[in-house]
Write a protein of this length. Structure first.
Length: 247
């Protein structure tokens, strides 16, 4: 993760680097949108001792390792990542300005808010509905749209259940919704066998590519190598404690 991005203008700025935010960023970046994920740290998943209901891990997975893998996947997809606190989001005539607490400002055509229950940084955006039920949420439709064009909320902030897989799925759904609202063609996000579309006289859909058997074997070998390396030994990050237990 970088300490400062290389540019100050993006197609999409994701506020929050937990499961929902990283999932959303992965999908928008893979579709070719310049995407910045601003992460203040402190994802609630880091307090979990062991995650046992996330698909694909029959014996469970260290939740901090899962977050690291999601972050690496977002970067491989093309996301830039910045560790910083967002102080405010401002709506402008051509999108949004996102300002961090250290006074860095970034322009984005779209913003995805994915910060669990933190909403103070949205106070200056007219039209955002804030729901207070002991904790604050952003009022959205089922697919994460707020009352402000171009502003979305994903995961727990959009009143989705706590489960990590739900947040991951909703982050992806919000990203696909954003792409649809941007009038982009249907987004497959497939890697298909060679000729799957083209041998039937069809153009490759957006987000899709065809690969031959050699490339498939190379990618499979790479995926196995990466997983062996990432799971070779205990996760170095310690489990975090709930703030109420440290007071």
């Amino acid at each position: 993760m970088t300490t400062a991005p290389d540019q100050d203008a993006y197609d999409v700025i994701v506020v929050g680097g937990g499961v929902a935010g990283l999932s959303a960023g992965t999908f928008t970046a893979r579709n070719g949108l310049d995407t910045l994920v601003v992460d203040a740290g402190g994802s609630i998943l880091r307090r979990n001792a062991h995650l046992e209901n996330f698909p694909g891990f029959p014996a469970g997975v260290d939740p901090r390792r899962l977050l690291d893998l999601l972050g690496e996947q977002a970067e491989r997809a093309g996301c830039e990542r910045l560790q910083a606190d967002v102080a405010r989001v401002e709506s402008t005539a051509d999108g949004f300005v996102v300002e961090t607490t250290d006074r860095h400002g970034f322009r984005g055509e779209y913003v995805v808010a994915a910060t669990k229950n933190e909403t103070d940084y949205l106070a200056d955006v007219d039209g955002v509905g804030i729901v207070d039920r002991g904790k604050t949420f952003v009022d959205t439709d089922e697919r994460g749209r707020t009352g402000v064009d171009g502003l979305y909320a994903a995961g727990r902030l959009a009143e989705k259940p706590h489960q990590a897989v739900v947040s991951a799925g909703h982050g992806a759904e919000v990203a696909v919704t954003l792409l649809e609202d941007d009038d982009r063609p249907f987004y497959h996000d497939w890697v298909a066998p060679e000729g799957y579309f083209t041998d039937r006289g069809r153009d490759l859909p957006p987000g899709c590519e065809e690969i031959d058997d050699d490339e498939r074997r190379d990618r499979d070998a790479e995926s196995r190598r990466v997983l062996r390396e990432r799971f070779d030994g205990p996760q170095p990050d310690d489990q975090e404690t709930h703030p109420s237990l440290t007071e």
